[in-house]
Design a protein around this ligand. Structure first.
Ligand code: COI
Length: 356
């Protein structure tokens, strides 16, 4: 059953800031889309309304037990002036899977896609057109029942907000990042929530990220929670390592997010006839590859940054500089291919774009 969405437009639309002032996640578009859930009515009362603070009961379970998750996807201004959303269906399905892990009712993928399209259509004026810009769309699901017992909530709010963004790290070109390999704190453990976009995973990441920043690094490389030996993710991104011409990325598990950009990179790599391995990847193997002179490239992938080259990895006092600290050819190639498809500048041969 499709959603019936009513729309109340703002009486005071705001102008979008100039592209060079956008940054990431600092500005918000004029509207939000909300849908309520309760056990009796299911998903109901879908509405687009002016962006405004939410009214939540102080006992709403999300505020106490953190039953909350989100997605992040982007809408792009196309070369012909229209708007297209990148990999809408993949995000819809991932949100439904994550909701199930958090004992939340997911919005059925068809309804999720309808809601995102309706939202982006209303916010057309907020889809920027400058290179490296997009409307970042943030669907979020929170538990709203006023109840302090520890069990899944019986009431939820799904909402979508939009943020016109520039590149995640600023600037138009790929900016290599310096990474601290974290050997004490962990992001996620086997059997935990790591494969979902639960807010809790990001809360868990903050302490080590702050520690890394203080030590002069941009982000953290996460190792597995049990042995602290295998690489899992980098910052809020999936990780790719190129050793002696082979692209290696950690195999998905319940402690690694199934990134949509990760999936896009793997599809392109296979299509381009590159050697790709999805398997456990030891930190020691990365260090050893460096010692042998075979560590060609390291980069992260995610919706926000698309591709983020790693200039340096700090394994304690062992500093590993990659490709002289410059973006490698594969990071460049994936970045340019994906961003060109996103903007309609190259043919969308995979059906990754949904026109609004
Ligand atoms: C992404 O790049 O997909 C992210 O999830 C980053 C976001 C949390 C800012």
């Amino acid at each position: 059953m499709s959603l019936s969405i009513r729309t109340t437009k703002t009486a005071s639309p705001r102008p979008m800031p100039p592209a060079e002032q956008l940054g990431f996640g600092k500005h918000f578009s004029d509207h939000m889309l909300c849908v309520d859930y309760d056990a009796e009515h299911g998903w109901h009362d879908a509405r687009v309304e002016p962006y405004a603070p939410l009214a939540l009961d102080p006992s709403a379970s999300v505020l106490h037990y953190g039953q909350a998750m989100f997605e992040g996807l982007k809408a792009f201004r196309q070369a012909d002036g229209g708007v297209a959303i990148f990999r809408l269906e993949a995000h819809a399905k991932r949100m439904e899977r994550g909701a199930s892990r958090l004992c939340m009712p997911g919005l059925p993928p068809e309804d999720f896609m309808q809601a995102i399209r309706a939202f982006v259509a209303v916010e057309d004026a907020w889809v920027p057109s400058a290179p490296s810009t997009a409307l970042y769309v943030r669907p979020t699901l929170i538990a709203t029942e006023a109840f302090l017992g520890v069990r899944p909530s019986n009431k939820y709010l799904f909402f979508i907000i939009g943020s016109p963004v520039g590149s995640y790290y600023g600037g138009d070109t790929l900016k290599p990042v310096r990474i601290w390999v974290e050997r004490d704190y962990v992001r996620a453990a086997r059997g935990g929530l790591g494969a979902t976009k639960a807010g809790a995973n990001y809360a868990a990441s903050l302490y080590a990220a702050v520690k890394a920043k203080k030590a002069g690094y941009d982000q953290v490389l996460w190792l597995d929670a049990k042995e602290h030996a295998f690489v899992e993710e980098v910052g809020t991104m999936n990780l790719f390592v190129v050793i002696d011409g082979t692209i290696i990325t950690p195999a998905l598990s319940d402690s690694i997010l199934a990134g949509v950009t990760r999936d896009s990179i793997l599809a392109l790599a296979k299509e381009w006839g590159l050697k790709v391995e999805e398997r456990p990847l030891g930190a020691a193997e990365v260090l050893d590859a460096k010692k042998r002179g075979k560590l060609d490239e390291v980069f992260g992938s995610g919706t926000a940054a698309v591709v983020s080259p790693v200039a340096e990895l700090a394994f304690g006092d062992d500093r590993v500089v990659i490709n002289d600290g410059k973006p490698g050819p594969l990071a460049n190639r994936f970045y340019h291919e994906i961003t060109s498809v996103q903007r309609g500048e190259k043919p969308d041969t995979h059906g990754w774009l949904s026109r609004v």
